[in-house]
Design a protein around this ligand. Structure first.
Ligand code: EPU
Length: 424
């Protein structure tokens, strides 16, 4: 078990590069199920969730070879059609193999993901859509089983925009017979990249990046050859690190067009952000202003940046109201931030954050991926030493965040730790 130890107060300065996006890489890797052949994906981040996805593909019978950020997948002979509990319980995105497996092999058996630290996270929209496409879907012994000799196009209206739900049904419908229309689809850049990659494989998709996707099914697809887009959430996290760490940092590879809502809020808070010389420069103000945010599906303020933004608001002048509208239980980081001296009151789906002059270092426990990042950010400015336990959450979705922050001047390192005793 590792912990991250941070001595707060170092000014951040320098340049840092954004890695490939976790949430784009996972569906792209899984899209390889859709076609026979040798697939190649570049700019794949080195993350635990990527390793889990490769294991999932190998479990299905694919051959996977990783060298640096390139992943080659050979799907000549997929022999199994199951995503077992052991993998799904560590990574919910495994559910993404449901659509492609049914579309290409006529059957899939995928362990039903349970709730997780940020909410119940049901998959009813994925299952409703597969049924609309003609699959017989049943639940038994904790597994979803779906079968269909041939999926048939249909009009599917999502009750709410779901990222992996849209991706799952997009992958199912590209091989369905006839036309599928996905209404109220998610518009995240990762969904757009998947649609573009599928088109490059021979799929026929109109409306990529909009709320309505129109898909004409084809008989078969060719292999995948693409490069993963930069991780907008990692870029946003590094922007907040610069803002909180009283620094001036250049973030290479950040795409501001993917981060419009966050950039708007950071500028409102007084953070200077400029695109120059092929990078995004971020400079923190002398004093931060409190601003309110409410998470929304893209292009709204991303739920995956809420925890990090809260860490920043802990030190702003005034009171900010942070409303979480995507996941019902995504304020666990507030517990750790409070241990560090933050003034945060929770009122249902809103957190009311009254800015304080300083935070003080403390041992804290990460509860999920973005909560870990939030605590690391707070540790960068807290007085004294912060220890963030349960680092494995961070490694699921950030490629060596601690090393990147160290390269900017942060005093941060890993050491082995016994987890703090949990008192029940
Ligand atoms: N929802 C349903 N039914 C469904 C599907 C979703 O009610 O069948 C609800 C969810 O409970 C939630 C809302 O719809 O309230 C949106 O959830 P969504 O399905 O969009 O989330 P997801 O696809 O499970 C992805 C990302 C998350 C990110 C969310 C929201 C991946 C692998 N995961 O999850 O990423 O928070 O979209 O943008 O793409 C992270 O990276 O830390 C992370 C949690």
């Amino acid at each position: 078990m590792q912990k991250i130890v941070i001595r707060g107060g170092c000014k951040l300065d320098g340049e840092v590069e954004v890695s490939g996006a976790k949430n784009a890489a996972l569906p792209l890797l899984i899209a390889s199920i859709l076609a026979r052949g040798e697939h190649e994906i570049g700019n794949v981040p080195d993350l635990v969730d990527v390793a889990t996805t490769c294991k999932l593909l190998e479990g299905l019978g694919a051959e996977v070879e990783r060298s640096r950020s390139r992943v080659r997948i050979s799907t000549r002979a997929l022999s199994r059609h199951e995503a077992p509990y052991d993998l799904v319980k560590t990574m919910r995105a495994s559910v993404l193999c449901l659509g492609p497996l049914v579309a290409r092999y006529g059957r899939a058996r995928v362990s039903l993901p349970g709730g997780c630290a940020i909410g119940a996270r049901p998959v009813d929209q994925h299952l409703m859509g597969l049924e609309k496409l003609g699959a017989r879907v049943s639940l038994a012994h904790g597994y979803v089983e779906a079968r269909a000799r041939q999926l048939r196009g249909a009009t599917i209206v999502f009750d709410l925009p779901t990222v992996t739900g849209t991706e799952n049904l997009l992958m199912a419908s590209v091989l369905a017979k006839g036309e599928t229309v996905l209404e109220n689809a998610a518009r995240e850049p990762e969904v757009l990249q998947l649609a573009e990659a599928l088109c490059a494989m021979g799929a026929r998709i109109e409306g990529a990046g909009t709320k309505t996707l129109r898909i004409q099914g084809v008989d078969e697809l060719g292999p995948l050859d693409c490069s993963v887009i930069p991780d907008r959430i990692e870029a946003g996290t590094l922007m907040i690190a610069a803002a909180i760490g009283k620094g001036r940092v250049c973030i290479r590879g950040a795409v501001l067009g993917h981060l419009t809502a966050l950039v708007g809020k950071l500028r409102e808070a007084g953070v200077e952000i400029a695109e120059r010389d092929g990078g995004v420069w971020v400079r923190s103000p002398q004093r931060l202003r409190a601003v309110d945010v409410a998470t929304q599906p893209h292009p709204g303020f991303p739920t995956d940046m809420q925890a990090q933004f809260m860490a920043l608001m802990c030190l702003a002048d005034g009171t900010s109201v942070i409303a979480e509208r995507i996941f019902e239980n995504r304020f666990m980081h507030a517990l750790g931030l409070r241990r560090m001296g933050a003034q945060i009151k929770q009122d249902g789906g809103r957190a009311i954050v009254r800015g304080v002059d300083k935070l003080s270092g403390a041992p804290v426990m990460a509860t999920d991926l973005r909560a870990s990042a939030s605590l690391v950010l707070a540790g960068l400015v807290a007085e004294g030493t912060t220890e963030v336990h349960r680092v494995y959450h961070l490694d699921r979705g950030y490629q060596r965040l601690d090393a990147k922050l160290r390269s900017l001047g942060a005093d941060i390192h890993r050491s082995r730790a016994r987890p703090p005793v949990t008192v029940r």
